[in-house]
Write a protein that binds this ligand. Sequence first.
Ligand SMILES: Nc1ncnc2c1ncn2[C@@H]1O[C@H](COP(=O)(O)OP(=O)(O)OP(=O)(O)O)[C@@H](O)[C@H]1O
Ligand SMILES: [Mg+2]
Length: 333
Amino acid sequence: MTNSEIIKKIFLLFNDDKNEEFIEVAKEYIDREKRKNHTLVARELEKALFQKVNISPSQKRFKQEVPIPRDGEKGFPLLEIQHFDNYFEDLILSSETKSQLERVVNEFKDSDILATYNLSYKKKVLLCGAPGTGKTFSVQTISSLLQIPLVYIRFDAIVSSYLGETAGNLRKVFDFIENGTWIVLFDEVDIIGKNRDDSHEHGEIKRVVNNFLQMLDNFKGKSILFAATNHQNMLDSAIWRRFDEVIDYRLPTQDTRVKLFDRYLRCLKRSKDIDLKSVAKASKGLSPSDIEMIATEAMKTAIIDSRNELSVIDLDDAIKKFQKREKVKHKKL
Ligand SMILES: Nc1ncnc2c1ncn2[C@@H]1O[C@H](COP(=O)(O)OP(=O)(O)OP(=O)(O)O)[C@@H](O)[C@H]1O
Ligand SMILES: [Mg+2]
């Protein structure tokens, strides 16, 4: 057994989640592994420890004191608190998009210094662009990086069922988030785009959006608020003005697709004949999420065939399968 296997076993045998001292020492060990750039080992150990004690790395630092707000009518929760342990390196984006995200993180980290100059960090960030390009994933990753839990809000769920209730629901959500430090994601703010055609609904939605924007304007807490959308057409100037930063997610370029395949195929040995550049060429127009799906499919084929190496055919077949699926989606059969 290697050293890390022994440690992992100790973490897994541990079964007293009240033993804070053990957890602290274990976390220190994991941090040291991270500092040595042993990311895979650190990740394995983190999983072993937190799976065992049933907490995520960030959860311990943030005790939630205020109850989660619920819809007045049906009583369903209006938001969800989520914990992630993603790695920033796993987010593969153009250097421009990534540095925009890094800037948001750095401003938040330096918010105290900025405040001494009477300046505020970027508090409201709008993420827009095609599906599967990493908008939600980026916010999850920032939550991991800053070790601050994510408050996840499905905007359309709050809005859709009872339009009349929406303002009240939004108020409850804002009251909750103003009470703590969070990474907040208003995901799928697409409702505005979806309801464009229906003029009655549209007027109502417009009111809701104005309401939302007002609450954004008056937001006082120390959090970062992200909103994500697929519909850039909602971006009239009133909305644009409200956000300190707008980040546009584009489909990956050839070079980025190579990186994505490399990342998502890393769990399995690859045949020397595989040329990721030509695989990436064959995947023009696909999103990171599509590429992840293709890579997973290809690796599974090799694994269930009891091969320990991925072949060119595995990848080709997975791409073909995906393209067929897309044709079904667009009814081109
Ligand atoms: N830029 C990326 N780098 C690495 N992996 C990615 C990236 N974008 C997406 N993925 C993978 O695809 C999954 C789905 O992406 P995500 O949910 O972030 O897309 P999205 O932009 O929010 O799409 P939608 O607009 O449909 O909500 C992610 O969980 C991740 O595994
Ligand atoms: Mg999303």
